[in-house]
Design a binder for this molecule. Sequence first.
Ligand code: GLP
Length: 263
Amino acid sequence: MEVIIRPDANTATELVARLISDAIRRKPDLVLGLATGRTMERLYARLAQMHIEEKLDFSKLSTFNLDEYVALPTENRNSYRYYMNYHLFDKVNIDKKNTFLPDGCADNLDHECEKYERKIESLGGIDLQLLGIGADGHIGFNEPLSALRSRTRVKALSPATIAQNSPLFDDPAMMPRRAITMGVGTILDAKKIIMLVTGKSKAKILSKAIEGPISSMISASALQLHPKCVVITDEDAAECLQEKEYYRWIFANEPEWKIYQNT
Ligand code: GLP
C-alpha cells in the first residue's frame, strides 16, 4: 500500500482525477470500479470537466459500482443509479449499457448478486477500483465483521452507516436498512485500487484502517493485503497517521509520482 498526502480536498481529488484519466487514456476500454458518497461528487465533477475541456473519452469504458440500496427504485434520487447518472454518466460520453450497478429491486437478490459477480468476470475483472471509506471503516457497504473473502451479497447496514447516510434522504427514516454490495474479496480482486479519503471526520478511522491491524471489524483494513493499492488523502484526514513524514517523502521523491508533483 502507498499513502499520498495532499494539502487539501481539492488537490487530493485532482490527483485521483489525474490517475483515473491517465488510466483511461492508456486503456480506453478500461473496466473501472466506481464508488458513491459525498467525497466522490467533486471527483466526478472534475472528470466531467476533463471530458469537456480535455476530450477525455469515456465511450469504450465499462463501469461497475460497488453497491446499491435494496428496494430503492432507480428513479429515487437517493439510489446510487440516480447518483451516478446525475454526477457522471449524464455528463460524459459513456454508453449507459456498459454501466453496471447491482439491482436492489431484483425479485431474487441472491441470484442478482451472483449475476453481478459473473458479469464482472465476463469483462475480465476490474482494472481499477475507486473507493471511499465509511464512518465505520466500510468499503462499499461491507459493514463490521464482513468476511475478508466475502463476495457480492446483501448486507444489513450498521447504525454508523445509517447515521452517516440517512441525512441525505428527505425523510431520514426512509433510508433502506439493507444494500447489495461487492464483497471485500470481490474488491480485493481488482487489479489496482485507489482509495480517496478527505476531511477531519475520517482521520481516526483512516489511521485504524491503514496503520492498524487487519480486521473484519474494519473492512478497509483488508486493503493492506492488496499488492497495488494507493490511498490518497488530504492533510485533514491524514491527521492521525503515524508515518506522515514517510508518506510525504514518497510523493516528493519516488519516480512514479514525479509527473504528478504539480497536481
Ligand atoms: C457510502 C458508500 C461507500 C462510501 C461512503 C463514504 O456509504 N457505500 O462506498 O465510501 O458512502 O461516504 P462519504 O464520501 O459521503 O463520506
